[in-house]
Design a protein around this ligand. Structure first.
Ligand SMILES: Nc1ncnc2c1ncn2[C@@H]1O[C@H](COP(=O)(O)OP(=O)(O)OP(=O)(O)O)[C@@H](O)[C@H]1O
Ligand SMILES: [Mg+2]
Length: 254
């Protein structure tokens, strides 16, 4: 299958601190990948390198065959939704306007949106199931609604790859289920997805491959194999499997 991301011996350091060590990571077109690892493991740092916000200290990286900082016209192919923060708290803008911002990624900032762009904006709103809040102020939304809006904005770029950093953080279980259904559908429609999450139980049910990162890329594989691995306990320092929805069923450790 067509590899859209490849890293080779990737290192990232803040001053003398090693954050990512010798990471060899690849993603093929059409995959749905879950990245897990404890706080401070370097997950967000890796995503920022993949989208070109940070440059690696050493090693190689290719996204759609190019240095992610030099994607040029292909930049819109990578949709990125960062870890939630409180930035722009008082900026008055509606949900529809936030989603429309995604169109400028493909077209450039000094252009006008046309009828085709507005069609893409409405279809992105529809895909994320946020028609009912499209005229609301973004700042008045719940955390889950904000995340959906930001993903709709990324979809309005018409990306081939969607990179999501903890999109389900703080979302209740019922909302999470419908959220995963939407992501699954996007994946089936051909969008490759990379998603960081601490919600291992739900993640392992939905993704095709799990990658365990803690500075190094320790193990990766299909969810069933990863859940059986003794390594998970080592990675988190406690029995993660007890916290998943499968509970002890999958825990073959003494
Ligand atoms: N701007 C920065 N300056 C210095 N150190 C940083 C900076 N940003 C992140 N770090 C450090 O890099 C390490 C990895 O951070 P990163 O945000 O990638 O972790 P993470 O796996 O995403 O964690 P979390 O699960 O908490 O989101 C941490 O030790 C963090 O303190
Ligand atoms: Mg993070």
């Amino acid at each position: 299958m067509n590899r859209i991301i490849e890293t080779e011996n990737l290192y990232f350091r803040y001053k003398n601190l090693e954050i990512l060590v010798d990471v060899n990571f690849y993603v093929s077109s059409g995959e749905f990948i879950g990245i897990i690892g404890p706080n401070g493991a370097g997950k967000t740092t890796l995503l920022k390198i993949l989208v070109g916000l940070l440059a690696p200290s050493s090693g190689k990286i290719r996204v759609f065959g190019r240095d992610p900082q030099l994607l040029g016209k292909n930049r819109h192919l990578v949709g990125y939704v960062p870890q939630a923060n409180e930035a722009d708290k008082n900026f008055p803008i509606t949900v529809r306007e936030v989603v429309a911002l995604g169109r400028y990624h493909e077209k450039g900032f000094f252009t006008n949106l046309n009828a085709e762009d507005f069609k893409i904006v409405e279809s992105s709103i529809c895909k994320m199931d946020i028609e009912n809040i499209a005229d609301k102020q973004f700042n008045a939304l719940s955390g889950g609604q904000k995340q959906r809006t930001l993903i709709a904005r990324a979809l309005a770029q018409k990306p081939s790859l969607l990179i999501l950093d903890e999109p389900t953080a703080g979302i209740d279980v019922k909302t999470q289920v419908s959220f995963y259904q939407i992501l699954k559908k996007l994946n089936q429609e051909g969008i490759t997805i990379i998603m960081v999450s601490h919600d291992i139980g739900a993640l392992t049910k939905e993704v095709s491959r799990i990658v365990c990162l803690n500075k190094k890329l320790h193990i990766q594989g299909c969810p069933a194999d990863i859940m059986k691995s003794k390594y998970l306990k080592k990675l988190y320092g406690y029995d993660v499997l007890l916290l998943t929805h499968e509970g002890k069923e999958n825990d073959n450790e003494p």
